[in-house]
Ligand binder design. Structure first.
Ligand SMILES: [Zn+2]
Length: 179
């Protein structure tokens, strides 16, 4: 969402395509900002993406009998897939598929945003891209929600969120949404 993570993902995917890998990129059906059929950066770079309703659908799309149809898969906004993404990623890794997941690590209440912490533990490499805090310019670990929301799954536009550091982050008021 901020910090150039989609830019980074698209760059990695293009490199994999250039190296002759079979690449598939996925996004959640909830994420219909801009262009539903592509990963899109805020600078309008795109990469074809398959929209799926859940993590199991990713597995179904990639598996081909006992083989696989991709060498490299990408999942954007991994937090939308919640915990079922973990076993799917494990299965694909066991099949020799490289997996890259982008997502935000803290929700609007400041809580770790599952399954990103669990994926971080499984990862060979973690790239933390942090945008500058809108208040002080320090690296921002949090996403400040600045408009009213009704559900954790509302994606919102750029105007609904601001990157904030720990000092300038205010958890969203009210009891955290149960998930
Ligand atoms: Zn700050």
């Amino acid at each position: 969402m901020f910090g150039g993570k989609t830019e980074r993902m698209i760059a990695v995917l293009r490199e994999a395509v250039g190296a002759g890998k079979r690449v598939m990129a996925f996004k959640h059906v909830i994420d219909d900002r801009y262009d539903p059929e592509h990963l899109v950066t805020h600078r309008n770079e795109t990469f074809d993406a398959i929209r799926v309703p859940n993590a199991d659908a990713i597995l179904k799309m990639v598996m081909n009998g006992s083989g696989v149809k991709a060498d490299f898969i990408a999942v954007d906004e991994g937090h939308f897939f919640k915990m079922p993404l973990i076993p799917v990623v494990k299965t694909l890794l066991e099949k020799g598929v490289s997996v890259i997941v982008a997502g935000i690590t803290n929700d609007a209440w400041g809580r770790p945003f599952e399954p990103m912490p669990q994926l971080t533990e499984m990862a060979d490499r973690v790239v933390v891209k942090q945008a500058p805090c809108r208040v002080c310019g320090n690296p921002a670990a949090y996403t400040q929600r600045i408009t009213q929301i009704n559900t954790l799954h509302m994606v919102g536009g750029l105007s609904d969120y601001e990157p904030r550091c720990g000092e300038h982050f205010t958890p969203f008021p009210g009891p955290p949404e149960h998930r």
